[in-house]
Design a protein around this ligand. Structure first.
Ligand code: PDD
Length: 273
């Protein structure tokens, strides 16, 4: 039955039987273009291949995904686009283990992505939330319920992003972004491990830091250390580099985007040109 309509399984659209829907059994990517050119396509495809391999979805060739992404991008003609795609293990009547003959499903959406100028200029406000996620956050899986709970909690508090805090009091990352602090001119960020996503933006921000001579410290830090930081910032494909000016009600620095964040954002833009 779909809503009130009764029908046999065979007549159901395969979208209703997608394992992504029942189990979050799939992986995804989000990438973007700037002025008519897709940014960091190979980096996103590499991460996607890692995610597929980690959950053992087979029969998907990255060499087939690439032209699908570039083809639809060219057709859509959107200069500044957000491209989302996912692969799920396939469709069948709900069965945990999954049948042998499953054929992976591919879905892609593309839409315009306006520049987040206001957030970049004024900075954003964030709040913390317990990191309730599983132990393989390095896989970009469709299971995002804890992330959704976190960002909804932030929104209720009038905040733009939730910063996730693990059981030991260390910050892992944002609900949908990488998170950084600047202390005495050094850029601090959680090290890449199974508890965070290997963010593509994170990688470029670290490169930008190197290019402007900023030391990078890849070490976990606490909420108290974040509050005491000179500057805070997030990084994510859909927004680039965004300054954070308030953290759990505490004003960071002088409450305005800091000079290091602005320098990193400026350097980051060079990659996207
Ligand atoms: N999210 N951490 C988490 C948990 C994320 O979901 C994301 C991105 C990032 C930043 O990764 P990247 O720099 O590769 O975009 C970090 C995407 C945009 C999303 O789920 O829509």
């Amino acid at each position: 039955m779909v809503d009130d309509k009764i029908m046999p399984f065979e007549q159901l659209d395969k979208a209703y039987l997608d394992r992504g829907l029942y189990f979050g059994d799939g992986v995804y990517e989000v990438l973007r273009s700037y002025d008519g050119r897709i940014f960091a396509l190979e980096e996103h495809l590499r991460r996607f291949a890692n995610s597929l391999a980690a959950i053992e979805i087979t029969g998907v060739d990255i060499a087939d995904i690439r032209p699908r992404v570039t083809g639809i991008f060219e057709k859509a003609g959107i200069a500044n686009a957000k491209i989302y795609f996912h692969v799920t293990r396939g469709s069948e009547p709900r069965y945990h283990k999954g049948g042998k003959d499953l054929k992976p499903n591919f879905l892609l959406t593309i839409c315009g992505l306006p520049d987040d100028t206001k957030a970049k200029t004024n900075g954003i406000i964030v709040s913390t939330y317990p990191d309730l996620r599983w132990k393989r956050c390095d896989i970009k899986s469709l299971n995002l319920l804890p992330n959704i709970m976190a960002v909804r909690d932030a929104a209720k508090k009038g905040c733009d992003e939730a910063i996730l805090v693990d059981d030991k009091g260390f910050i892992t990352e944002g609900s949908g972004s990488a998170f950084f602090a600047v202390r005495s001119g050094e850029l601090c960020v959680s090290p890449l491990a199974a508890n965070i996503l290997p963010s593509i933006t994170r990688g470029f921000v670290l490169r930008a830091a190197g290019d402007i001579g900023m030391k990078v410290v890849e070490k976990q830090f606490t909420t108290q250390q974040a509050i005491a930081a000179d500057e805070l910032l997030i990084g994510v494909t859909t927004r680039d580099v965004v300054p954070v000016v308030k953290f759990d009600g505490h004003i960071i620095g002088d409450g305005k985007p800091g000079k290091y964040t602005n320098a990193l954002a400026c350097e980051f833009r060079k990659f996207t040109k």
